[in-house]
Design a protein around this ligand. Structure first.
Ligand code: WTA
Length: 651
């Protein structure tokens, strides 16, 4: 692999044609940024006018990040329905426009769903849910592969005011059970099986396994994907294809308050079990739609492809809600980047005339390994704009994406955001912002980033620090489901009065931001967010394990790899077989994407005298940065470090 060196100063100017055609050029961007500063209420009111409100709101923003008076409310007395905004309002002009292009795992098979068909299907699913007793505010767990039914299920919940919790199909039965229990949902929508990269995923069997621990679940709706013969529990399980025959294809939308919950999405934090990030109706949809238009310079009817799975926030905001609210044709891809060949992404772009393509750096890095050939043999003529999300993109990968995939014609928007932020917060705008490879450029108008030191003191100028946001935006999460106190302590107490992102960042002399990665115990593996604490608790649940400490280390394709230090119980021998067994164990406990890259057996872990594990040292060992272990004299037993260093395992 060629390693181009890029300095901060390498800048790709806005192509002239883009500056001309863009919805927002450099002057427009400056004007909007100034406007929101001078007249926030007016600016945000205008932004929210992009939605159809059943009843207008009287106040846009009502927020305090201070504990005494903590609240986050946007457009609070407005009334709307998300499914109406994503479907019904487009029908007069776009009934026959394709809303969803479904590209199956098999390159020979695809399907399309028009807005008219989507409307009928969402109404049917909504009626099925109602017939099963689902009411406004009830939680519905969705555990589906990347098939149109997944978008339909989400929108059906939105139509009747139920709160969906989508669980990524790669999660294990155990992880699924935890998520079902946490939000207390009594209904699960799943499929017989999923299909990815030519292999099947036993979704229904996983649900059956999970439900052994979820006595509260009374209904399982099964969508047929592979027609596999799966066990059906009488009285509990039913096929959607049967249920939908019994209902009508119209369903009145539930009028929802802007601050009514829209969905819960579980995400990993630095401690404890995953948090149920809760997003609400008006603010979330406003932000998803607004950023989708702004960042991707999106016009209705253009073919937009975000490769993310709907099990992650990127899939929520940029496969389903943002694009559909903007009358898009959105591509939904069931497969993986390198199946059947490393040309797949680009073949799909050619086949469906994709204009805007949005993916994760890890996919780009993986494809880059196969060289230019698999890309060059495709046309990609339809592509105008490229995007990345989920993790920092190294300049080498950025340049390859720009030169080989986009043929230097397509700007790249490197979008920084989080599950908690609902949609994008920092990104270049293709018609306004010169690009620097590896930088997410600048905050969108209305977003107020601040770098602070460890004590929370604001840092000015070109400098690195911890990334906070000093003010709210409509798409901000509102609470951790069922634990509002955890929401406040997790995000607003490290630096009182500010939202702390958990990310570190550098700001350069031009005011561009460069995300350096998490500063907490969250790791980002192939763009999938994981808490090291979750992997540790999976490991210690194994009968042979006494103690475990998990850290991330730089990985050439995955961004970060998973390195586990494991102390075995006294009578257990550290064998290669056990090493492999523990990797498989974590895979089964959490999901395949969480499988450790390295397991190192350690007779002891480096602890302070008060018993705290010194992760800094473990990180250095995992990174193979052994000359720089820092001060080990405060350890209870400094000799454990020598053992760890001598027995370091290479991935
Ligand atoms: C990281 C995904 C660098 C970051 C949308 C953040 C990024 C975490 C970028 C959130 C980017 C996301 N550049 N890092 N463009 N985008 N991240 O919740 O560490 O799955 O905190 O949301 O991903 O991950 P999450």
């Amino acid at each position: 692999m060629e390693c181009a060196q890029v300095s901060d100063s390498e800048v790709f100017p806005v192509p002239e044609a883009w500056a001309k055609r863009a919805l927002m050029d450099a002057a427009g961007f400056e004007a909007a940024t100034r406007r929101v500063d001078q007249d926030p209420e007016g600016y945000w009111t205008e932004v929210a006018q992009r939605l159809d409100w059943m009843q207008p709101f009287t106040q846009a923003k009502d927020v305090s990040f201070h504990r005494e008076d903590f609240h986050i409310r946007w457009f609070a007395d407005g009334v709307l329905n998300v499914s109406v905004n994503c479907i019904d309002r487009h029908l007069p002009e776009r009934r026959d426009q394709v809303a969803i292009i479904w590209e199956s795992d098999d390159p020979e098979v695809y399907d399309t769903v028009t807005y008219g068909q989507l409307h009928a299907e969402v109404c049917r699913m909504a009626n099925v849910l109602k017939a099963r007793g689902v009411r406004k505010g009830d939680r519905v767990t969705i555990y589906l592969p990347m098939i149109p039914a997944a978008a339909v299920a989400m929108l059906a919940c939105a139509r009747i005011g139920a709160v969906h919790s989508v669980v990524f199909g790669g999660f294990s039965p155990d992880s699924l059970a935890g998520r079902i229990q946490d939000c207390d949902s009594r209904i699960v929508i799943t499929a017989d099986e999923g299909v990815r990269g030519g292999k099947t995923v036993p979704l229904k069997l996983n649900v059956d396994e999970a439900l052994k621990d979820c006595p509260g679940v009374e209904d399982v709706i099964v969508v047929r994907r592979t027609q596999a013969d799966v066990p059906m529990t009488p009285g509990r399980d039913a096929y959607y294809s049967e249920l939908k025959k019994t209902v009508s294809d119209t369903c009145d939308p539930e009028p929802m308050n802007a601050e009514d919950p829209l969905f819960i999405l579980y995400t990993s934090g630095s401690t404890g079990k995953p948090k149920g990030v809760l997003h609400t109706t008006g603010g979330y949809l406003t932000w998803a739609a607004h950023t989708h238009e702004l960042v991707f310079d999106y016009r209705p009817g253009e073919v937009f492809w975000c490769t993310a799975d709907i099990g992650w926030v990127t899939g929520h905001s940029y496969v389903v809600y943002g694009p559909l609210a903007n009358a898009a044709t959105t591509v939904m891809f069931e497969g993986v980047p390198n199946y059947p060949t490393a040309s797949r992404f680009w073949e799909v772009c050619d086949k469906h005339k994709v204009e805007i393509f949005y993916t994760a750096p890890t996919a780009i890095r993986a494809l880059m390994r196969d060289g230019d050939g698999p890309v060059a043999r495709t046309s990609r003529k339809s592509l105008r704009l490229l995007g990345t999300v989920g993790e920092p993109i190294n300049p080498e990968a950025w340049l390859w994406y720009h030169r080989v995939v986009g043929e230097e014609r397509c700007p790249i928007v490197d979008t920084w955001w989080q599950t908690e932020t609902g949609a994008c917060l920092m990104s270049p705008l293709p018609g306004a912002t010169p690009l620097k490879p590896g930088s997410c450029a600048k905050p969108l108008p209305g977003i107020m980033p601040q770098l602070v030191d460890a004590d929370g003191k604001e840092l000015f100028g070109a400098i690195s620090g911890n990334l906070c946001l000093t003010d709210s935006w409509p798409g901000q999460m509102r609470t951790v489901y069922g634990d509002h106190e955890r929401f406040i302590t997790t995000y607003f107490t490290t630096y009182p009065g500010k939202y702390f992102t958990g990310d570190g960042a550098r700001r350069d002399a031009d005011g561009y931001y460069w995300i350096t990665g998490r500063v907490d115990d969250v790791i980002n593996v192939s763009g999938h967010r994981l808490g090291t604490a979750e992997i540790e608790s999976a490991l210690v649940a194994n009968e042979h394990v006494a103690e475990a400490a998990v850290v991330g280390y730089p990985h050439p394709v995955k961004g970060q790899g998973i390195y586990c230090f494991v102390t075995l119980k006294a009578d257990v021998a550290p064998t290669d077989i056990l090493q492999a067994e523990l990797k498989g164990w974590v895979r089964r406990e959490i999901g395949p994407f969480a499988a450790p890259d390295v397991v190192q057996f350690a007779p002891g872990l480096p602890k302070t005298r008060s018993g705290k594990i010194m992760r800094r040292i473990l990180r250095k060992i995992a990174e193979d940065d052994l000359t720089n272990l820092g001060d080990t004299s405060t350890l209870a037993d400094p000799s454990v470090v020598d053992d760890l260093v001598n027995n370091r395992v290479t991935a």
